[in-house]
Write a new protein. Structure first.
Length: 371
């Protein structure tokens, strides 16, 4: 097979940190807050804008609050679990490594007793009909390391008694999330909008706020997890008054990404871009018998972290990944370390469809070379 002649303009297909937006230039960032205190009027204004612009562009319901918290999406999820769980039983859903990590934390670190685990292997979902919403429910919307997502929010009842706590880090801005069915949503800047790392985003609905103000966990809370003071929500946290020192450079970068999002049609635009990117890979898989989606069902197929299996042994899969990187056409596309051997191609909104179209012939070429 002849080597392709057209290379992707951007070979960055990592699943985090993800590709920067098309046309990104750090020189275009508004950097007046650099070197200033994050607690200055200017610092709070910039950080507050990260929260209010997020709420506006996502179209969050009235009463939903947005905060910037430490330690990326992981920090946001841990903050919520340590602060809110224990008030009632909890149903934990896991079908890939990050969801499994939350199960481990609840069972082995928090040591909660009333825990029901709903687990499935890579490529599948657990039976959503068995989830007990009298309990709190913790789940990932999109399994970043398996490429398997929940199909929609229809399985979540409006009259639930417990909280729904959703790790949506590779779903926000790419998938249609039913906000009114989600009481807590977490994500990080470096996924769909291609922002920088280390900062988590926490979205709380009114039911989550009620839990925080009516329940105190029996274990000590580290400072960076505390969201209440004197039994009341620390409202300033949701207005840009962060718990610890954030990067003002990263905040400026995030505001740039939000501006770009609005410029491509808002969330509907970024969702459409991700879906169009997935279609490129779907067409390629349909035409080649040696490659397939890890997700067993098209209904649960991710349009961001697209995980693929190849008709190759593990050593040759690794050789294919190295070959594509050596050719400068695809960086960081090996499957996650705990996932089955394969490749993972990020298809979020910041990836150009033309780059994926250019990559597909290279996949076929590399497969022929290593086979």
């Amino acid at each position: 097979m002849n080597k392709p002649t057209t290379r992707p303009a951007s070979p960055n297909f990592s699943s985090g940190p993800c590709a920067k937006r098309p046309g990104y230039d750090v020189a275009q960032l508004e950097l007046s807050s650099l070197g200033r205190s994050h607690r200055s009027a200017l610092g709070k204004k910039v950080l507050g804008a990260c929260c209010t612009e997020t709420a506006r562009i996502l179209g969050l319901p009235e009463g939903y609050r947005v905060a910037i918290v430490p330690a990326s999406d992981t920090g946001a999820v841990e903050m919520v679990m340590w602060s809110m769980l224990g008030a009632r039983g909890v149903d934990m859903l896991a079908w890939e490594s990050f969801g499994s990590g939350w199960v481990t934390d609840v069972v082995k670190q928090l040591k909660l007793k009333d825990v029901t685990r709903h687990e499935a292997g890579y490529g599948e979902l657990p039976d959503l009909a068995k989830v007990n919403f009298d309990n709190d429910v913790v789940f990932t919307w999109n399994g970043t390391t398996s490429g398997v997502r929940v199909p929609n929010g229809d399985w979540i009842p409006d009259n639930r008694q417990g909280l729904t706590i959703c790790d949506a880090t590779s779903a926000v801005f790419a998938m249609d999330l039913p906000w009114d069915k989600l009481d807590v949503i977490t994500y990080s800047w470096q996924k769909v909008l291609g922002g920088e790392g280390a900062h988590g985003m926490l979205i709380l609905g009114p039911r989550a706020v009620e839990r925080l103000e009516s329940y105190s966990p029996p274990w000590p809370l580290p400072k960076i997890f505390r969201m209440t003071s004197g039994g009341k929500l620390s409202e300033s946290l949701f207005k840009g008054d962060t718990i610890n020192t954030p990067s003002m450079l990263c905040a400026a970068d995030y505001l740039d990404a939000l501006k770009w999002c609005e410029g491509v049609g808002g969330v509907q635009g970024t969702m459409a871009r991700s879906q169009a990117n997935l279609k490129v890979i779907e067409d390629f898989v349909a035409a080649n018998a040696w490659i397939d989606f890890l997700a067993k069902s098209a209904e649960t197929r991710s349009n961001t972290s697209v995980c693929l299996t190849l008709d190759l042994p593990e050593d040759k899969v690794k050789a294919l990944v190295k070959l594509l990187e050596a050719e400068g056409v695809a960086y960081d596309i090996g499957s996650y370390k705990d996932a089955p051997p394969g490749i993972r191609i990020w298809c979020g909104a910041t990836v150009e469809q033309s780059d994926l179209q250019a990559l597909m012939p290279w996949l076929a070429w590399a497969y022929a070379q290593v086979k």
